[in-house]
Design a protein around this ligand. Structure first.
Ligand SMILES: CC(C)(COP(=O)(O)OP(=O)(O)OC[C@H]1O[C@@H](n2cnc3c(N)ncnc32)[C@H](O)[C@@H]1OP(=O)(O)O)[C@@H](O)C(=O)NCCC(=O)NCCS
Length: 335
């Protein structure tokens, strides 16, 4: 049994924030941000929730696929910035769109979340448990950013992307690779809520709340360590996933990388001796939207008519955990 991508969608909050606007908040400049990251602007929630953006992206993906809400039986939302611990983003999307037949759950794997969700949905479809899936990446990272930390606040944006997956008679999703290294998790963290029960030491103490202090409930990062990890993880993931699909790098029309930093992507292209033009980027006008970045880029390409039937795409991500992964997709849709 095969699976394919039937349609894509995305959504942004209404508010656009430029580098010059950030330079009013922290000691930075448009020149520093663009030269170090490639980012010019990002979209920041003015009230939209993660579930709002996820539902809008999902509705757009359903319309693009021509699939009715009642035909979706699985929803997986990747996020590191859910609105609640429960109900999940996926269940909120179910409520908003009337996906009454669906089993819904969220998946938490840092910026690799969409790749892990795609792999999970693909496996569940191929196993025969489900027949049509909505896979979503949605984030409102702006609530987790320390807006006084110039080293991180310039990098991130909010948004959502989605894809509809279905069973097919010809191969669409060809292979996946994935990996994690929890021993290096400290280089990119977002702390959780502290233990605060009547019996906890000092009430707001640190015991029992995981390895981070609750004053670290913002994105903290060792930028240079993440940079080095990202370059290696992306290169090895693309190479391995391509091999598993019995393809060579020449067969890949586009690489759709996690949109974190232009210099990371440039470096991967150089190491792999691949033309930079094969790496699709939209981070200049989106910033790093974590789990949402790959499906938002895929949707932008789809709507721009860049994807042709038979093209091979390599979707590749890396992020907190640490986690990494790649999926090879054979595009089957007529545009
Ligand atoms: C974050 C990142 C852009 C920083 O770039 P860098 O070249 O490594 O810069 P450094 O951290 O070495 O900082 C260099 C200087 O710029 C300063 N700086 C940091 N952020 C700045 C900003 N927004 N504006 C101006 N100066 C800044 C630093 O304070 C430092 O100053 P110093 O030399 O006086 O100490 C880069 O490391 C990166 O992109 N890493 C990967 C991050 C990532 O992708 N994370 C998400 C993973 S999912």
């Amino acid at each position: 049994m095969y699976t394919e991508i039937l349609g894509t969608g995305s959504a942004l909050p209404k508010q656009r924030i430029t580098n010059d606007e950030l330079a009013v908040l922290v000691d930075t400049s448009d020149e520093w941000i663009t030269s170090r990251t490639g980012i010019s602007e990002r979209w920041i929630s003015a009230g939209e929730s993660t579930s709002d953006l996820a539902a809008e992206a999902a509705a757009n993906a359903l319309a693009d696929a021509g699939v009715e809400p009642a035909d979706i039986d699985l929803v997986i939302s990747a996020t590191v910035s859910p609105d609640n611990f429960t109900p999940t983003v996926s269940c909120e999307v179910q409520k908003a769109l009337g996906l009454s037949q669906a089993t819904c759950f969220d998946l938490w794997a840092g910026c690799t979340g969409f790749i892990f969700s795609l792999m999970t949905a693909d496996s569940l479809l191929k196993s025969g448990f489900f027949s049509r899936a909505l896979v979503i990446g949605a984030e409102v990272l702006s609530k987790l950013v320390d807006w006084e930390d110039r080293a991180t606040c310039v990098l991130f944006g909010d948004g959502a992307g989605a894809a509809v997956l279905g069973r097919s008679s010809e191969p669409g999703l060809l292979s996946h690779v994935s990996g994690s290294d929890g021993s290096r998790g400290e280089v990119l963290t977002i702390g959780g809520v502290p233990l605060m029960n009547p019996w906890s030491p000092e009430r707001a103490g640190t015991a029992g709340q995981g390895s981070l202090n609750h004053d670290q409930s913002v994105i903290c990062m060792n930028g240079q360590e993440v940079f080095k990890f990202a370059v290696r993880a992306m290169e090895s993931s693309i190479r391995r996933a391509t091999e598993l699909s019995d393809l060579s790098l020449h067969d890949i029309s586009y690489i759709i990388p996690h949109q974190a930093n232009n210099r990371i992507i440039q470096s991967v292209a150089g190491r792999m001796e691949m033309p930079r033009e094969k790496f699709f980027t939209n981070l200049d006008h989106r910033g790093n939207t974590s789990s949402a970045s790959i499906p938002m880029a895929l949707d932008e390409m789809n709507r721009a008519g860049l994807l042709l039937p038979g093209m091979h795409l390599a979707l590749v991500g890396f992020g907190g955990g640490l986690t990494w992964g790649a999926s090879i997709v054979r595009w089957t849709r007529q545009s």
